[in-house]
Ligand binder design. Structure first.
Ligand code: UD1
Ligand code: CA
Length: 459
């Protein structure tokens, strides 16, 4: 049996009232349609076609190379969308067509596999996926006959009061026998509440022609569709618990999994500890025993084993084992921390290598710099890397001690084991082992306070 897959993603998404096309809204960092395409790919279809709206460049941009977009120029309904797709598919005698809407990201590859198995076993003209939902509002309802056989599907907008009570909903996912589907979609009419060509009408059409129809009843969670912003939030929350549960099974500790946000592409090792308010996004990986949070955002970063990051923002950074970040640090792209290095409170580090065991404990800016192994950058020290036109680099040697409130005007170098005096504006290189100091000598004016008061009192 050959499977050709069709993903329907051309709907106008008007109920979202958003700026983005509906099917590219991210859930756990992955566009809705990518979740669906990933599940479909597990069935290894011979061909996958995605129905898109005209000018859907943002949708095309997230499609993998091996799927083919086809344009539905007017959104006349799901049956019409399938017809547009079938125009680009050559159906052999033993081919079957899997149809999945792009807005049900929770459906799994395993469930699609069960659909295919049931379809093959029963030899039905169409097999659908259904579920019993506590609140079926908005979904098509499955109407069964006295022998419990699926007869037809009625859209919510077209239900009678009695049909509205039906809890069994249509998931919008079907496997069709390729022999009948083209002809059946041709018989769909649009005399309904929404004036659209409904794909679910094919069920009643095939039924009337005497074909057999099967339904695979699944977990309602998998069929949750995204039509509105609150459904998007609901689906994202279900996906989040699915992801978090999977990580906890792998030995990740979460103090409160309802407040941990881990994107689909993140990798965690066993023994990672995540506190509430942690967001791990993009291509981030976290090593064994690392502790992240509370309240920390990490994107596209590599965090080694035993790293500790709390109340901080880390983007595009590499943080080696046992290094510590925060509280209240901003670690920006290109920052690399060696083993056991530290960036403390109110510290910003950008495009800089901070050596093994080096410390930037308080209130500092390190940009376009190399900080040597076991060097210390004092409170309030900054690298002045930008002269208004171009950026320059600063090099701080191994074991160097940059005094508090030092301004290192780049390009400049502080040698290994060198010191800078607190408050100095360093514009010239400091040699290895030397002290670079730049500030006026302190004077002392004795009796000043008394004289000052006398002047005030004299008026
Ligand atoms: C659809 C089903 C409903 C089912 C529900 C499950 C129809 C008529 N109804 O309702 O029985 O319970 O899904 O989630 O099919 N699309 C196009 N072109 C179009 C219209 C839609 O490509 O002209 C795409 C949409 O992008 C979407 C999918 O088809 O991904 C389903 O369309 P949508 O409007 O969301 O249908 P529902 O009202 O949710
Ligand atoms: Ca929908």
């Amino acid at each position: 049996m050959g499977v050709k897959a069709v993903v329907l993603g051309a709907g106008s998404g008007t109920r979202m009232k958003g700026l983005l096309p509906k099917v590219i809204h991210p859930v756990a960092g992955r566009p809705l349609i990518r979740w669906v395409l990933d599940a479909v790919a597990l069935l290894d279809p011979e061909q996958t076609v995605v129905v898109v709206k005209p000018d859907a460049d943002q949708v095309r941009a997230v499609l993998p190379d091996d799927v083919m977009p086809v344009v539905q120029s007017r959104q006349l309904g799901t049956a019409h969308a399938l017809q547009v797709a079938l125009d680009c598919i050559t159906l052999g005698p033993d081919d079957h067509v899997l149809v999945v809407p792009a807005d049900t990201p929770l459906v799994t590859g395993e469930t699609l596999g069960r659909l295919a198995t049931l379809h093959r076993r029963t030899g039905s003209a169409v097999t659908c996926i259904t579920a019993n939902m506590d609140d079926p509002t908005g979904y098509g309802r499955v109407v069964r006959d006295g022998w419990d056989r699926v007869q037809r599907i009625v859209e919510h907008a077209d239900t009678t009061t009695r049909e509205r009570e039906i809890k069994e909903i249509n998931g919008g996912i079907y496997m069709f026998d390729g022999e009948f589907i083209l002809d059946a979609t041709g018989h769909v009419e649009r005399n309904n509440a929404q004036g659209e060509y409904y794909l679910p009408d094919v069920v009643a059409i095939l039924n009337a022609e005497g074909h057999s129809i099967s339904a695979h009843l699944t977990d309602p969670e998998e069929l949750a569709g995204v039509n509105t912003q609150d459904q998007l939030a609901e689906v994202a929350s279900l996906m989040r618990s699915r992801i978090n549960r999977a990580w906890m099974r792998q030995g990740v500790w979460m103090q409160d999994p309802t407040r941990v946000y881990v994107d689909a592409n993140v990798a965690l090792e066993a023994g990672v500890r995540l506190y509430p308010g942690v967001h791990l996004e993009g291509a981030t990986s976290v090593g064994a025993g690392a502790e992240i949070g509370p309240d920390t955002y990490v994107k596209d970063s590599w965090l080694g084993p035993g790293v500790r990051v709390w109340y901080s923002v880390v983007r595009g950074a590499t943080i080696e084992a046992e290094a510590e970040v925060g509280p209240y640090a901003s670690i920006r792209p290109g920052a690399e921390f060696g083993e056991g290095a530290k960036a403390g409170s109110f510290v910003e580090v950008k495009n800089s290598a901070v050596g093994r065991g080096a410390k930037v404990p308080h209130l500092a800016y390190v940009g376009d710099a190399e900080v040597g192994d076991r060097a210390n950058v004092g409170a309030g020290a900054i690298t002045a890397n930008y002269n208004g036109f171009e950026k320059h680099r600063t090099r701080i040697g191994d074991r160097a001690q940059v005094g508090s409130n030092t301004v290192l005007v780049a390009p400049v170098e502080v040698g290994d084991d060198a010191f800078t005096g607190a408050g100095s504006v360093i514009t010239r290189n400091v040699s290895e082992g030397a002290l670079g100091i730049e500030r006026a000598t302190q004077r002392e004016i004795p009796g000043y306070a008394k004289r000052r008061r006398a002047r005030f009192e004299a008026g």
